[in-house]
Design a protein around this ligand. Structure first.
Ligand SMILES: [Ca+2]
Ligand SMILES: [Ca+2]
Length: 327
């Protein structure tokens, strides 16, 4: 049996058009860029009104829509339950929080029974803090005074929340270091207990890390954020339900540096005197893919040994490797 297995068509696909698609489709980046560039948040300033003001999450049946609106003392946080038919389930908006100072930049997640709404809160000046409140499926606010998720020095703002394996994971942009922004997180139980008073660092890298978002998947949470003010690379880290944070890794490096190209691989030139039935690619960075033609993005520049394994209809396998360099 003879085989010829050239790895052909190593195509470096320019990733220019894909860089921006890795950013969450929200205004968070531009909002926080504006704030960081201003150096501070003046209460009542136009910058304050640039915060994200609407959030939505699915529940058991329908959604909870949360937004900020002008109230008696600055902006308040209100919500409305919406049925799958699109009909509102509340005659008037539910008041989530009406404290002195603005409640802004809400995010919301559902734990199977209740929602947890998180927001940046200005009840204690001059700096922002992170508060939360649970809302039952029936529309009752279970924490009318708010849960103080983080009230550390200086600003905490722009929170995001996900429910993962029995616990809410909240992340936010944090300026407790005062010289630059970081990302911190904390867990809140479905009972409303704060498991991480003060919060834990997700990243305290030099420079600014801003506009964080978090989502659950595969039993862990993935936090993503924008790193640095001007090159706008996207970084990420995994957060387990037990609150441990994995190492930060780049999702997309920079608008100016095309450092994470997608690579297309084609094994269709492989030949066999029988019939090739499987193609398994090992990309050398710990990931694999199946298929005659596959595409893979290397997250980190470097040199990788890519191996193609083919198996024929007699269950005989063969492989060939090729070293590629990803800049
Ligand atoms: Ca604060
Ligand atoms: Ca930082």
């Amino acid at each position: 049996m003879r085989r010829s297995l050239p790895l052909c068509a190593l195509l470096l696909a320019a990733a220019c058009g894909e860089e921006h698609s890795t950013l969450p489709p929200t205004l968070g980046a531009s909002r926080d860029l504006a704030l960081v560039a201003s150096g501070d948040l003046a209460p009542g300033s136009p910058l304050g009104s640039e915060s994200r003001q609407i959030a939505v999450a699915a529940g058991r049946s329908g959604w909870l829509v949360v937004w900020s609106r002008p109230g008696g003392a600055g902006e308040d946080l209100v919500a409305l339950r919406v049925a799958p038919s699109g009909e509102p389930l509340d005659a008037t908006p539910i008041v989530i929080s009406r404290q002195s100072g603005d409640e802004q930049s809400p995010a919301v997640a559902f734990d199977g029974q209740d929602w947890l709404v998180v927001w940046q809160d200005h009840r204690v000046g001059p700096y922002l803090n992170i508060y939360a409140a649970r809302v039952s499926a029936g529309g009752t606010v279970l924490d009318p005074g708010g849960i103080p998720v983080c009230t550390q020095d200086d600003h905490q703002r722009s929170p995001s929340v996900a429910f993962v394996e029995g616990v809410f994971v909240v992340v936010w942009a944090d300026r407790r270091a005062q010289t630059n922004w970081d990302v911190y997180g904390a867990r809140v139980t479905p009972d409303g207990a704060l498991l991480d008073p003060g919060g834990f660092p997700v990243t305290t890298a030099p420079g600014h890390q801003i506009a964080p978002y978090v989502a659950a998947g595969g039993g862990v949470a993935l936090a993503v954020w924008q790193d640095a003010l001007f090159d706008a690379s996207v970084q990420a880290a995994r957060i387990t339900p037990s609150g441990s944070v994995g190492p930060a890794f780049p999702v997309s490096t920079a608008a100016f540096l095309q450092s994470a190209p997608a690579v297309a691989f084609d094994g269709s030139a492989s030949t066999d005197d029988g019939a090739i039935v499987t193609y398994l690619w090992e990309f050398g960075d710990g990931s694999e893919a199946n298929g005659r033609t596959v595409s893979h993005t290397f997250a980190v520049p470097g040199t990788y040994e890519v191996t193609l394994w083919v198996t024929d209809d007699l269950a005989q396998a063969s492989s060939i490797s090729h070293v590629i360099k990803v800049k």
